[in-house]
Write a protein that binds this ligand. Structure first.
Ligand SMILES: [Zn+2]
Length: 346
């Protein structure tokens, strides 16, 4: 009897393991665009893919459909996410993917490059992306051993979380899925670069203009569709989101945003992070940078050290609802270093 009971327990565990295994396979097979980004139609044939928190996209991307092909703006953080985007494109149009653009080198905008390179799609970027893609980007890509450890820790946590704690389990499963996707990233270069001026591409009769502006990394490209008055800003624009200033020159950036709003104030903006925006949100972001600059300038004038400046800093109330609150303190430090001339932005 005892032996039978024991066997039943073993059998049940095996079934449970098999089921878990099956479930995780079913999960990855059912990897869906809607888990990672929201597709928003911005104008005729222009779509923004707005990244969802904790998913495989991380940064926004999008695509432009013309009568002679499709252009993809940014390749998200992971190959899996850009595969999902390609699936969405195929459901909207039969036109082939003719070009991709990297708005800058940061991995949340270039992590899926390998997928487009494998399809023979030219990837266009600022020439500095070529210089930084394989080198500076390593700081955004955890080492394989680190990823494996994080994966094992998360899997252990999941196995110890009871079935009735559904929210926690969902969160952990989402983390596992993300860690698996990150393991697939192979840093991949663009294939066509330019440094100054504009570059016009034609998707049949539809013109798409690429141009550069300094501020966010010193290697940023913006994508403008004149016939629809839409601009993909990449990370030159953030909507209701605190920015990453790790490579930024904020003084240049404010001037660039002033220029952008002066010449394209009536455009619809697809930012690198946050929802589709208008002049109001881009202006709000410009004012955030301007406020940061004057706050830190004052701190330096008062003789504060960077640590003192960070301690004294209070994020103005109007930015407290912004996403990425974790950037508030690093923003002070980056601004401080920029003003002191100790920031490495080469
Ligand atoms: Zn980004």
């Amino acid at each position: 009897m005892r032996r039978t009971a024991l066997l039943s327990v073993v059998a049940l565990s095996l079934i449970a393991m098999a089921t878990t295994n099956f479930a995780s396979k079913a999960n990855s097979a059912a990897s869906k665009a809607e888990d990672d980004f929201q597709l928003v139609k911005v104008a005729d044939g222009i779509y923004a893919a707005i990244a969802k928190s904790g998913g495989l996209a991380s940064g926004n991307a999008g695509f432009i459909v013309g009568d002679g092909g499709v252009l993809i703006v940014d390749t998200f953080f992971t190959p899996a996410a850009v595969e999902e985007l390609i699936g969405e494109i195929a459901s909207q149009t039969k036109q082939p993917i003719k070009y991709a653009v990297n708005t800058h080198y940061h991995l949340d905008h270039t992590g899926g490059n390998q997928v487009l390179a494998a399809r023979g799609v030219p990837i266009i970027a600022h020439e500095n992306v070529m210089a930084w893609q394989m080198t500076k980007n390593t700081r955004f890509l955890p080492a394989p051993a680190d990823l494996q450890k994080r994966r094992a820790d998360t899997a252990k946590q999941l196995s110890e979380t009871p079935a009735d704690q559904k929210d926690k389990r969902t969160l952990l499963e989402r983390q596992l899925r993300r860690l698996d996707a990150i393991q697939q990233i192979k840093l991949t270069q663009p294939s066509l670069t330019f440094g100054v001026g504009e570059l016009s591409l034609y998707l049949g009769t539809r013109e798409v203009k690429l141009f550069t502006l300094p501020g966010h990394t010193g290697g940023d490209v913006l994508v403008y569709v004149p016939d629809a008055n839409v601009i993909f800003t990449g990370d030159m624009g953030w909507s209701k989101t605190l920015p990453n200033l790790v490579d930024a020159t904020v003084i240049d950036w404010i001037k660039s945003l002033d220029l952008l709003l002066e010449h394209h104030g009536s455009a619809k903006f697809i930012p690198g992070h946050g929802e589709v925006a208008t002049r109001a949100e881009m202006g709000e972001f410009r004012d955030y940078l301007d406020g940061l600059l004057s706050t830190v300038r004052r701190a330096i004038d008062e003789g504060l050290t960077v640590e003192q400046a960070k301690d004294e800093f209070k994020l103005p109330d109007r930015y407290k609802s912004f996403a990425f609150q974790n950037f508030a303190q690093p923003n002070i430090e980056d601004m401080y270093k920029e003003l002191k001339g100790t920031k490495n932005t080469k």
